[in-house]
Design a binder for this molecule. Sequence first.
Ligand code: NOJ
Length: 504
Amino acid sequence: MYVKSTPPATNHSLAMSILESHLKGALRPDFSWGYATAAAQIEGAWNVDGKGESIWDRLGHTPGKIKDSSTADDATRAYDFYKEDVALMKSYGVRAYRFSLAWSRIIPLGGKDDPVNPKGIEFYNNLINELIANGIVPFVTLFHWDIPQALEDRYGGMLNKEKYTPDFLRYARVCFEAFGDRVKNWITYNEPGVYSLAGYAAGVHAPGRSSNRELNEEGDSSTEPFIVSHTELVSHAYCVKMYREDFKPTQKGTIMITLHGNYSTPWDDTDPLDIEAAQRAREFEIAWFGDPVYKTGDYPASMRAQLGDRLPRFTEEESKLVLGSSDFYGMNSYTTFFVKHKKTPPEPKDHVGNVEKLDTNSKGESRGPESDTYWLRTNPWGLRQLLNWIWNRYKVPIFMTENGTTAKGEHVDAPPSEDILNDKHRIEFFNGYLNALAGAVKEDGVDIRSYFVWTFTDNWEWAAGYTDRFGVTWIDYNSPEKKRYPKKSATVVRELFEHLIAKE
Ligand code: NOJ
C-alpha cells in the first residue's frame, strides 16, 4: 500500500545547516523518540469486530459538528494496516511509538460489569507484538478522549466522578493484565484539560456540552470543565495507585499523565500587569493539573481566587493520592501566545485567567510563521522557555509526548507532487524545536527523556475532520487503502535525532 518510488531526496544541508553543531550528542543515549497517534484519529473500523460506540463516533455522526462533515469511520484504516504502518515507522528509524487504546474496542459498553471484547484485546496484542518484533518500544495511552458512549448515556460520563471512577479503574486493570507484560510505559490521560475545555466549555468536541444554546442543548461552561477535570485527576490518581500496588512490582513499568500546555509570554514585557497575566495564563492552562500532581496536591491560588467554589475541592484523601501520582511529566506542546491583561473583571465563562491571547506583541512582532491551523505558529524559543518553566516549577523528568505542525498547501489531489512532499515548513519547525529542546537539555540542565512527533500520518483532527494534515506521511483519503506517501520531514526528523542523541 505504500508508495514504492523513492521518497524525495534528502537534502542534508537543509537539516544540518540549521541544526547547531555544538548540540551534537546533547540527548541521553537512551532517549526515546518516535511518533504519537490516538485510536479515534487513525484506526477506523469504528463498529467492526465488536467495537462499541464512543462519544467521538456519536459526534462524528451528528450533522454539523465536524468542519468537513467527515467521520472517523475509516480514518486512515490503521486497524487494517497496522503491520504496514509498523514497517513504515521502522523505515523512519523510530525507537518508540505512542498510541492509545480505544476503551470501547476493549469494553464496548465501558462499565465495570460489562463484558470484555476478546477481539479488541487481540487487536492490541497483535499491534504490541508487531512493534516489539520490530524493535519499537510501545508507549500506551489509556484515554485519548474517546469514552464509550454507553457511559455518557448511563450517568453523564466524567460529570459523575463516583460512578465513572470504578469503570475507568476496571478498564485500566483489564489493560494492565492483558498488555502489561510487554507495555512498560503507560499514560493514563492525554490532555485532560483539552478534553474538558473543548468538550464542556467550548462545546465543540465530544461530548459537546456548553452554555452556548446555539451550539449545545445542555451544559454549563462555567462549572462543568472544572468538574470533569477534577474527575480526570482523581481517577488518574486511583489508577496509578492500583498500578503501583498490583502491577508495578511484577511488571516493573512506569506510569504518568500527559498535560497540554502552550507557552504564554507577556504582550508588553515592561508592563508588570502583562508579566503577571502571562504567569496567570500558564497557571490556568498548565498548573491547573501540574500543581495538584507535582507540587501541592491542590489547585493554584490564582485559580481559586478567580473561580471560588466553581473549582472543586480535593478531599484530604484525594489530595494525598493526587500529589506524586505521576512518575514523570508527560508534556504536549505546540506553540506560544502573547498574553495581555484585561481591565474588566473575569466573566463566568473565562477559563484562561482573564487575559487576551494575541498573535503580535506590543512591538508588533509576530509569535511565529503561520501553519495551516489557526492556533498554531512556529515558535521554538517559547518551547525552550516552557521547558525551563516546567522543570523549575516541578523538577520532574519530562517526557515530551507530542509536538508537531500542519503546513499550508497540502490539500491537493493524489499523487502529491515532490514539492508538496518536500514539506519545508514542517522541516523548519522540527529543526527549530529540536534545537530548542536539545539546548534546554545541554545548556539549561532540563531533564528531558523523550520526544514524540505529532504525528505519523495525516489523520482525523477531531472537529476539524481531515482539514488539518499533521503527519510526516501524506494520506490519500480518496483511495480505498488510504495510500501513504512519506513526506521529507520523516527523513529529516530521523537525521536530527541521529545528530542529537549521544552514542552509548
Ligand atoms: C493534541 C491532541 O492530543 C491530539 O489528539 C491532536 O490531534 C493534536 N494535539 C493536534 O491538535
